[in-house]
Every structure is written in C-alpha cells, then in structure tokens.
Ligand binder design. Structure first.
Ligand SMILES: NC(=O)CC[C@H](N)C(=O)O
Length: 194
C-alpha cells in the first residue's frame, strides 16, 4: 500500500518515516500524475497560504478533489488541516474545501507558539504525543464529522469518512499511531474499492 506525502512545502521526510513505521510505503508527491499511483495522501504542515498557492500553481486542487471523490483517504496535518477545511475563520478563501468544518488559524495564542502534550484519541488506546506549532483549531463541524480528540475543550483531531485532520504535527515524534490509524483507513478503503 502506497501513501503519498504532498511535497510542496513542509515536513515531508518525517511523514514518510512515520508512514513506514506504521507499515505503509511512503512516497513524496511532487506532480499531479503521481496521485494515480497512491492509495492515500498526507498533506503536511507548513504555511497554509503558501501550500494553497503552490497547489493552485501546480494544478493540485482539482486533482486532489477527484482523488477524494474516488473515496481515497486524505490526512491533513496542521496547515494541511486548514487546506482541507470548507471554511477558514475570518473569511479567507478555502483551498480544497473538502471537510465540513470551520478552522481558525494560529489559534493558540502568541505566547504559546508551540507546545507538546498528550492527547486522548478515540480509536487509539493510550494517549498520543502531540506537537503543536502555530496550530489551528477546529471551531465547528458538520454532522458528518466525528471528533477524535480535544485539547482544553477545543477540537484538534476529526474525521469525516475517508478524511482525517489534526491540528498538530504527528510526524515530529516517534509516536506513529495516528499514522497507523490512517494506514488502517487506507486499508479499509482499498477493501471497499476492490
Ligand atoms: N505548523 C503549521 O502547519 C502551522 C500552520 C500555519 N500557522 C498556518 O496557518 O498555515
């Protein structure tokens, strides 16, 4: 099973490493044609405005929407979560607009630019180590979205069918269980699509 990591900006190598620890094969995706060769896609953290611009420039917007419409799983982390959202607080133009949620950028305050914590996660037995860096949060969700974890009552991980999003950087620790969760989503989708 091949999982692509969108390699326009952000921590690509770290995501590939986590995918491989979780039992998948990780590939760096730089061209839209590569979407045909992968079973799931990770959109990494970085800066969502920049990632959005590069996605437009290299024709990834429609290509990833098609990928999603085919039922193939997508995992957006941090800026990648913002890119997945249907709505961005403050009225900024959405990018992929695939997940029924409103996200708020840089939502944890300046004095807490980055921090680490342990999160309880639905579907994962023990707490998951999470690194937050200028992280967004999920302000509101539609009925089809399930909350998987919260931090101080704010939603920081959610799932909508084949779409997964988290506010933090799961690729920056040795804890690869959220990647494992995604690998299982991809396995499930392969069984359905077979
Ligand atoms: N670590 C990150 O991905 C930060 C996201 C960034 N603050 C944004 O708004 O796009």
């Amino acid at each position: 099973m091949k999982i692509g990591v969108l390699a326009l900006q952000g921590a690509v190598a770290e995501h590939i490493r986590s995918v491989e620890l979780a039992g998948g094969v990780g590939v760096s995706v730089k061209k839209v044609e590569q979407l045909n060769e992968i079973d799931g896609l990770i959109i990494p953290g970085g800066e969502s405005t920049t990632i959005g611009k590069l996605m437009r420039k290299y024709n990834f917007i429609d290509a990833i929407r098609h990928f999603s419409a085919a039922g193939k799983p997508i995992f957006g982390t941090c800026a990648g979560m913002i890119v997945l959202a249907e709505r961005i607080a403050g009225g900024e133009e959405p990018h992929l607009g695939l997940m029924n949620m409103t996200v708020s950028r840089n939502a944890f305050g300046r004095q807490r630019e980055s921090f680490e914590t342990d999160l309880q996660m639905v579907g994962i037995e023990e707490t998951v180590r999470a690194v937050f860096i200028r992280a967004p949060l999920i302000q509101s969700i539609g009925d089809e979205v399930t909350v998987l974890s919260t931090y101080q009552d704010e939603i920081v991980t959610a799932r909508q069918g084949h779409l997964l999003a988290c506010s933090f950087h799961p690729e920056l620790t040795d804890d690869y269980r959220l990647h494992q969760y995604f690998v299982q989503m991809v396995e499930g989708s392969l069984q359905r699509l077979r």
